[in-house]
Design a protein around this ligand. Structure first.
Ligand code: GRF
Length: 195
């Protein structure tokens, strides 16, 4: 599930193509925004796409129904929210409990939860004078935002003259894009063993 540039999606597409994510395929890319470049990345990789946006579904319940229908049609075994910026309804999270994971650009539980997304995370890390930061892959639960059990984390250093942009780039490239592939592979394997 995506909303933006889709660099995490690209990492997943590459991971499936080169076998770092084994015995799995990306059956659907669902975007909350029609203009997301992530959709182009999916198309270039021959992956089915669908847009379920606030504009098309102003009613939260109807939006949740549309998301659940799309995921069911794609026979979804695991949902990965990768740069997905729309709040998921409790109903959707409950339906995929234990089978939905999220990538967050900080070392949760720090700099997570309400209002901590995108470059706001890195701005807060810099403002706090942190010497290191990183990324987290966690299960999405139906309790709160970024509150699910942590699966994997990767640390990166904060440099003296970092800006939110330089820090975001390092976290994306040296943490997010690596652990989203490693964690997805591990969870796919775990789910397959429990089938
Ligand atoms: C990433 O930092 C991701 O962790 C956050 O959104 C940013 C952009 O992700 N949720 P992507 O390039 O769209 O995958």
């Amino acid at each position: 599930m995506v909303s933006g540039g889709g660099t995490n999606l690209q990492a997943l597409l590459d991971g499936v193509a080169d076998g770092r994510i084994a015995d799995a395929r990306i059956g659907l890319v669902l975007s909350s925004r029609a203009g997301a470049y992530a959709l182009e990345r999916a198309r270039l990789a021959g992956v089915k796409t669908i847009v379920v946006s606030k504009e098309d579904y102003p009613d939260e319940e109807e939006k949740a129904d549309a998301i659940l229908a799309a995921l069911a049609d794609a026979k979804t075994g695991l949902v990965v929210t990768a740069g997905y910026m729309s709040l998921l309804s409790r109903r959707v999270c409950s339906a995929y409990k234990g089978r939905m994971i999220n990538i967050h650009p900080s070392l949760l539980p720090k700099y997570g939860g309400e209002g901590f997304y995108g470059s706001r995370v890195h701005r807060a890390v810099l403002a706090a004078g942190e010497k290191e930061t990183g990324a987290t892959v966690h299960y999405v639960d139906d309790v709160g935002i970024d509150s699910g059990e942590i699966i994997m984390q990767k640390r990166v250093p904060v440099m003296e003259n970092d800006t939110p942009e330089t820090l975001q780039k390092r976290v994306l490239e040296e943490a997010e894009h690596l652990i989203i592939v490693e964690a997805t592979n591990a969870i796919v394997k775990k789910l397959a063993e429990n089938l």
